[in-house]
Design a protein around this ligand. Structure first.
Ligand code: AKB
Length: 320
């Protein structure tokens, strides 16, 4: 059975940190009914469940995924379901099944039903041998399980584009900072957790060293980048279409703690690195995003001050 009309959007991992905000942005733009949120989680009160169509769906179940694509008349998939770096290291086989197997599910459905696909990558594709200001194109030798699944994902995406003409695009997301949905299982989570702990306890035990510098971005910029990339004419996109570097803000954990302290009187932060320090040390400090700038006009808007103001405004409003 083929769908009568294949113009709707399906979001996998819609109840996660990125999925929550991307689903809301897509519904605001295309109408609530045009965007089918899917996830393996059952959260009946979640805004993306309450705010439009929702299907419980695992990306590991290829037959069910195919069925939902046809039943719902899907034309575009934003595939956000994934395990992040710290979790993937604990359950590597599951990470492979979800991050790589799940992507194959989506790409196969795209090949059969002519779907457009957004499949995100990550700064975790870089390994310790990459320059600390990571170029768009260099050897990708990640030392984390998660990073390896993302390198495989970029290659799979390029194969489906070159062999089958599947229009698949992706961004190497930096650490994403937002207040609407919790981050979970990532190495860059400290840059989100610090805001919650500052308001709740006036103190944060940060799990990376003070001098740890990583590429980061406020979620509004990441959502804008995602939509801009999917809006770009296909002819404008080159060989990096499956994993564009995008630059946001690069700061150390100490600089972040100072910015939080400037807004929360009496705030203190201790730095007590755990195993996630190793993953952070294997990633670049910042990325060169000239390909994204020249091919689809990428430019970040939030600097560290704007990000901190937006986080505290959002969290304070949510607690009222
Ligand atoms: C993580 O920390 O695992 C993610 C990422 C950098 O992709 N936020």
């Amino acid at each position: 059975m083929e769908a009568a009309e294949s113009s709707r959007i399906l979001v996998t991992g819609a109840l996660g940190q990125i999925g929550t905000e991307l689903t809301e942005a897509l519904r605001a733009r295309f109408g609530a009914d045009a965007v089918v949120a899917t996830d393996v989680r059952d959260l009946p009160d979640h805004p993306c469940v309450v705010g439009g169509p929702y299907r419980h769906l695992s990306v590991i179940d290829a037959d069910e995924f195919d069925k939902v694509v046809v039943e719902e008349g899907i034309g575009t998939v934003y595939h956000l379901a994934a395990l992040l770096s710290a979790t993937a290291e604990k359950v590597p086989e599951l990470a492979e099944r979800i991050n790589v197997g799940g992507l194959v599910t989506v790409l196969e459905a795209a090949r059969k039903h002519s779907l457009r696909v957004y499949a995100p990558s990550s700064i975790a594709v870089f390994g310790p041998d990459a320059p600390k200001h990571a170029p768009q194109i260099c050897a990708l030798n990640p030392t984390t399980v998660y990073g390896r699944t993302k390198v495989t994902g970029e290659r799979l995406a390029m194969n489906y584009w070159k062999q089958y003409g599947v229009d698949v695009r992706g961004i190497r997301y930096p650490g994403l900072i937002s207040y609407k949905a919790p981050a979970g299982g990532g190495t860059t989570d400290y840059a989100v957790d610090i805001f919650h702990s500052a308001l709740a306890d006036g103190h944060y035990d940060c799990f990376v060293r003070a001098d740890t510098r990583l590429p980061m971005m406020y979620m509004d910029d990441a959502i804008r980048a995602t939509i801009a990339l999917m809006d770009a004419p296909a002819d404008d996109l080159g060989e990096s279409r499956a994993g564009y570097n995008i630059s946001g803000i690069s700061f150390t954990a100490a600089q972040l703690a100072d910015s939080v302290a400037a807004r929360v009187p009496g705030f203190t932060c201790d730095f007590v690195p755990d195993v996630r320090q190793e993953y952070a040390d294997s990633w670049p400090d910042s990325v060169d995003d000239s390909a994204a700038q020249s091919e689809w006009g990428w430019q970040a808007e939030f600097d560290l001050d704007a990000l901190c103001d937006a986080m505290f405004d959002g969290l304070n409003q949510a607690s009222r």
